[in-house]
Design a protein around this ligand. Structure first.
Ligand SMILES: [Zn+2]
Length: 319
């Protein structure tokens, strides 16, 4: 480890190349080399966007791409979970409804303000033109528990909670007719899963529940769109392996009575050879190990990250 490692991703300033690609009859993927993705469903009479980008200025680029392929109204924005980098661009779409699980709504109430400040501090590049974010928080206008079905004309769109994982409120968007899934951060590909707000014990089962749908195409939270059963299974397996390996390493440290810093060093050394080349590995590891250590010891639910707690943790583990 490099003792002068800059906090989180404050040193990550290089812009990524965006790609906008059709992955099934009604679904498109807006991806950016490991930066947060947006999934787009174009139905018979309306467009649905899942995860908004971090600012309205950045969402404007998504809208520009959508307008290259359709002039149907963007009626629905789905928040797969509460993280600021996924939700603060919502206003740009001027949607009729902003949809989220009730669990996600509850997390916005409980920790939305702190999360906004914390995320902007961690990753300034991902909040381009942050001044375009309206004051306050992005609030869902409709919520559901477990499952909600939308009909975009004849196209069935299901919003499903398949279990906890990346957060308590994780929602996936599922098109049963073409077996296409937008996963949010429950699945990543060639990118490190952020697990600072995760439920490590539940996440693998939730991935199994996604696999049981047998998707033919999947837009992960980060990384390229996965097309074909083989790529989808690779994405699910990679995420499952990371989450399981990390939790096993941390649990072993906690069970042996090691403190957090020692456990972090051991876990980092174990994980780096296999996963160190995934984007944001160094950014995620301190947060992921801290949460895993919490879950393995005395905190069944993730503690709130504040901008100050972020910095204190970073100094404790990387200082
Ligand atoms: Zn997230």
């Amino acid at each position: 480890m490099n003792p002068s490692k800059k906090f989180a991703s404050q040193a990550d300033l290089e812009e990524k190349m965006v790609s906008f690609k059709q992955i099934s009859e009604h679904a498109w993927a807006y991806t950016a080399e490991g930066d947060p993705n947006t999934g787009i469903i174009i139905g018979d009479d309306a467009v649905l966007v899942a995860d908004t980008q971090a600012t309205p200025a950045m969402a404007a680029d998504v809208i520009r791409r959508i307008r290259e392929v359709t002039d149907k109204p963007i009626k629905y924005v789905v928040l797969t979970h509460y993280h600021a980098v996924r939700v603060l661009g919502a206003s740009a779409y001027e949607p009729q409804q902003i949809l989220a699980s009730q669990d996600t709504y509850d997390l916005i109430v409980e920790r939305g303000e702190q999360d906004k400040a914390s995320e902007i501090g961690r990753f300034p590049r991902l909040f381009r033109n942050v001044e375009t974010v309206p004051a306050g928080l992005t609030w869902p206008t409709m919520t559901f528990r477990g499952k909600m079905t939308l009909w975009l004309g004849k196209l069935e769109v299901q919003l499903l909670q398949l279990g906890r994982g990346h957060t308590k409120g994780d929602t996936v968007v599922w098109l049963p007719q073409e077996r296409t899934l937008l996963s949010g951060d429950l699945v990543e590909f060639d990118a490190t899963p952020y697990a600072g707000d995760a439920y490590f014990k539940d996440w693998p089962q939730t991935l199994d529940n996604i696999a049981a749908l047998n998707p033919l195409a999947l837009v992960p939270g980060r990384g390229p769109a996965l097309v074909g059963e083989k790529q989808v299974q690779a994405g699910l397996a990679g995420t499952r392996a990371f989450v399981s390996d990390l939790y096993a390493a941390v649990q072993a440290g906690a069970a042996a009575g090691l403190d957090l810093k020692t456990t972090y060093k051991n876990a980092y050394a174990q994980m780096a050879p296999k996963y160190g080349q995934w984007v944001i590995f160094d950014h995620c590891m301190p947060f992921d190990v801290t949460r895993a250590y919490d879950e393995a010891t005395q905190y069944p639910d993730p503690r709130v990250w504040t901008a100050q707690r972020d910095i204190d943790m970073w100094h404790a583990l990387e200082g």
